[in-house]
Design a protein around this ligand. Structure first.
Ligand code: PEP
Length: 254
């Protein structure tokens, strides 16, 4: 059975306790839109407070360390975010790759640590504009996923989501075209089926991320092989985010 569309807000390095009212509003409205799975990944400092507020939405982390504990000043482990209430973790986001030099090997190790801690994964991939212009986007993105995704995992389709986020579309207001999204998601689906089999690989949700907002959510979400959205800027207010959740819910009714 197909999983519900998955709409995930990535708050990045935004939010102090004053933003809990947005989380509360998102949570309360999501209770009326049960056909959609809604989640927020706030900064570490807000994971527990959002978890305490949330009755309906899922709460996750934006990263974790590859080790469960130890001498890693300033770092946070998968066990710690799970203890704070996180149910999933976003790994391999292009901002982590660019700003912290994270490579595929480290991301694969973080995936293993997160699974050991009982977390679900959202594994990100996406090409630069230069690679797209050179016609190398698909090869690059599938290469990233081959190198980072676990070889096998229990209940794959429940535990894993993939987020395709072209770097040039993140925070630019310039989302990828539905044609480009459809082509990339088809390539990712093939990889998932090859790795996890028809049933499990066929059911993994492939989220699109990159300048999704209420205005373009419907056309993106109705594209083949799009199982949801990873949303940055538009997830910072309940109004902006709920417009996207509502678009996903409407599509479930059609
Ligand atoms: C993101 O960085 O995960 C993202 C999709 O950002 P935005 O929606 O702001 O483009």
């Amino acid at each position: 059975m197909a999983l519900r569309p998955y709409i995930v807000g990535n708050w990045k390095m935004n939010g102090t306790r004053s933003m809990l009212s947005e989380a509360r509003a998102i949570d309360r409205s999501s209770q009326r839109l049960m056909k959609v799975e809604v989640a927020i990944a706030p900064p570490y400092t807000l994971i527990h407070p959002v978890h305490r507020e949330a009755e309906q939405i899922g709460v996750g982390a934006q990263d974790c360390h590859a080790e469960p504990d130890g001498a890693h000043t300033g770092d946070i482990s998968a066990t710690m975010v799970a203890d704070a209430g996180a149910k999933f973790v976003i790994l391999g986001h292009s901002e982590r790759r660019q700003e912290h030099g994270e490579g595929d090997d480290l991301i694969r190790a973080k995936c293993a640590a997160a699974l050991d801690a009982g977390l679900k994964l959202i594994v990100c991939c996406g090409e630069s504009e230069k690679l797209r212009d050179a016609g190398k986007a698909e090869k690059f993105v599938t290469g990233q996923l081959k190198a980072t995704l676990p070889e096998a995992l229990d209940e794959t389709s429940e535990r894993l989501s993939v987020a395709y986020e072209p770097i040039w579309a993140i925070g630019t207001g310039r989302a990828a075209t539905v044609e480009d999204i459809a082509a990339m998601h088809a390539a990712i689906r093939k990889l998932l089926v090859d790795r996890y089999g028809e049933e499990e690989g066929g059911a993994v949700r492939i989220l699109y991320g990159g300048s999704v907002k209420a205005e373009n959510a419907r056309e993106i979400l109705e594209t083949e092989n799009v199982g949801g959205a990873l949303v940055g800027g538009a997830s910072l207010t309940a109004e902006g985010f709920l417009g996207i959740v509502a678009a996903a819910a409407e599509l479930q009714d059609t």
